[in-house]
Design a protein around this ligand. Sequence first.
Ligand code: GTP
Ligand code: MG
Length: 324
Amino acid sequence: PLTKELGQLRVGAGSPAVDVPAAKSKKQIDVAAEYAKTQGARDILNLVVVGHVDAGKSTLMGHLLFALGQVKERTLKRFERDAEKIGKGSFAFAWVLDETDEERSRGVTMDVATSSFMTKHRRFTLLDAPGHRDFVPNMISGASRADVAVLVVEASTGGFESGFDGSGQTREHAVLVRALGVRQLVVAVNKLDAVDWSQTRYNEIVQRLGEFLTSCGFPKGDVRFVPVSGLGGVNLAQRAGPETPVLAGWYRDAADSTQPGPCLVDLLDTFAIPERTVSRPLRLAVADYFRGGAASSSNTVSACGRIGQGCVQIGEKVMVVPGG
Ligand code: GTP
Ligand code: MG
């Protein structure tokens, strides 16, 4: 019976065994044409930001959005004032992405926040994942939608270790994003301001983490490291300059040593666009399911997951097969 029921599962329709006329009346769209339209001039990438709790993910991305002009000066001033009032002054940039009262009062991201931004050649959908272990399921839902990832690690004394050794989330998140199909990764070595931009500390982290990332299946050339301060906004949208002479002193461009090394945005801008195969048959790996959902009947099973190839729309029949 299960195979029969699954075989008849209809996308966006009601109970699997029942025909839903409403679905049929919806117009079918030309997916290839729509897809080409949404792509616009730049190519879109889904970017998930992961890493151990408190590594500075939300602050880093909040500051990046501000630096790219996505957040108004006035809004940020208000965040600074209000965060200060509840003793969370250092979280003002994180508030750009941590939007709920509970996230703000606890200073912890709980659910994935979505935003978007553009670089010179790319358009990004940003998914800011929570690092706290209680919210790993939310982190997975974010990572399962991602094409590429930024892994944020702390460079501060003991900070990297607490995420990387023992029960820290750095390893777990790296393994998860790779298992969910992400190959291209930028590692933001964050909070380097807290160790006076120490090159020794940076190299130590690059070495230890690099070995680990290779061992969990990230192709060597697809992992790149960048020294940053999310809080200070250093090396995010602009390369290091005279304000951070120590960093600018040792972090140089490999191709042209007269220039400082690439900033975070430079690296994001060169992510390769994964081949998208909209015209191929639908392949969707079911990541989760629940009863109820958008359909009217409470008996309906809703499935969610990531489309690996193809497309699907209302009224279409899909075949469901067990994985293994
Ligand atoms: P979760 O989402 O809860 O896992 O945390 P997160 O990784 O988003 O960290 P968040 O941005 O909330 O920042 C945590 C703390 O680290 C805040 O107090 C930040 O001010 C601080 N922080 C973030 N980036 C930096 C940095 O570059 N330097 C220093 N010194 N502190 C930073
Ligand atoms: Mg956060």
